[in-house]
Ligand binder design. Sequence first.
Ligand SMILES: Cc1cc2nc3c(=O)[nH]c(=O)nc-3n(C[C@H](O)[C@H](O)[C@H](O)COP(=O)(O)OP(=O)(O)OC[C@H]3O[C@@H](n4cnc5c(N)ncnc54)[C@H](O)[C@@H]3O)c2cc1C
Length: 382
Amino acid sequence: MKIAIVGAGPAGLYFAYLMKKADPAHDILVLEQNQKGATYGFGVVFSDAALTHLEDADDAFYAALDARAEHWDDLTIVHRGERVPIDGNGFSGISRLALLEILQDLCAEAGVEVCHGETIEDLERFDDCDLVVGADGVNSTVRRLLDARFQPQVSELTNRFIWYGTGKVFPTLSLTFRSHDTGSYVAHHYRYAPDKSTFIVECDAETFERGGFEQMEPEASRRLCEEIFASDLEGHPLISNTSIWRRFPVLTNANWRAGNTVLIGDALRSIHFSIGSGTRLAMEDAIALFQAFQKQPGKVSDALDLFIEGRKPQVEKLLSGARGSYEWYEEFASRLALDPMALAYDYMTRSGRVSEERLAKIAPRFTNAWRAQRSSAPPVLR
Ligand SMILES: Cc1cc2nc3c(=O)[nH]c(=O)nc-3n(C[C@H](O)[C@H](O)[C@H](O)COP(=O)(O)OP(=O)(O)OC[C@H]3O[C@@H](n4cnc5c(N)ncnc54)[C@H](O)[C@@H]3O)c2cc1C
């Protein structure tokens, strides 16, 4: 098969690698607008469950990822300066660049051609391809060019967020809530290398306005965020990688394919970073698409239908969990009246899919501590 893949992010590279490894006769070309070594952001996280799925799909990729990732078992909620550890939340963090390097090396070994510095602006050059994969991220050009057929829907959340890095190393994935003169803030932070962490700052629209971030120079924004989280950063600066304040776009597509062109990863749908699953989902799309072609070799239309039929219900379930999660963040300032333990419980059950019984199985240490506090004193609102 002749396959063109637009975008050398996790979804595009992983799909290219799996297909070429399974059948070296495939002619696969990946086109990426960025130069090699350039990317946005800092680190990404995978839950233990996501890693198991990746391990099942391909040993070589999993082994390379595992060797370079940072691991931890607990999630930590920090509120009013108090740390609440939540067990049963194993995650691994890796730099986005390291992840891309691993995938680029595997693609090179398998014989996939990856062309960097190639921006796709039309689809005519793919007329002779059997399959075209739009893996070009949340602002996908492939999707835009076939807009009428994919029928995307996009809306933006009201919260603002900005993605920084820092040299401060955090022991676990942490959520730190801080109140400031300008309003309420939360940082999502975790280490992704022995000496580096991701540090995403989020606030609601009113806080963003009161803080004056809209008119602020990027350097002043960075310094104000450092001031708000000074006690967490302990003197380490926040690092910008052309970091800008954004609103999260909630994106879905009514149709996942248009003829022999299919979308995967963020081009297909975005998933809120608070459930830490964007990269995981993008790579699981790649696995599902690859597996559909294993079942329907050479039959592009049948394989695409099989991919959509099998994958859509799984994605819809995750999106519904993500909805519960981002709705919680959109309202997080109103929850800060809860004491740290009650806030942590409220957070853990935010998706609507985790009951107290289920939480007791996932995080027995935390649930026991929460139950002990609740029986001695009801949640304190102040
Ligand atoms: C603040 C923030 C925090 C996040 N945190 C996490 C996290 O902790 N864990 C996690 O799993 N995910 C996280 N994500 C999401 C994650 O980054 C994405 O979900 C993931 O990268 C999607 O992979 P992808 O391959 O679909 O798209 P991308 O990684 O976006 O790759 C798309 C590629 O296509 C290229 N491209 C775009 N247009 C063209 C064109 N016209 N021609 C050629 N190339 C093109 C782009 O340059 C890019 O390299 C976060 C996202 C944000 C915004």
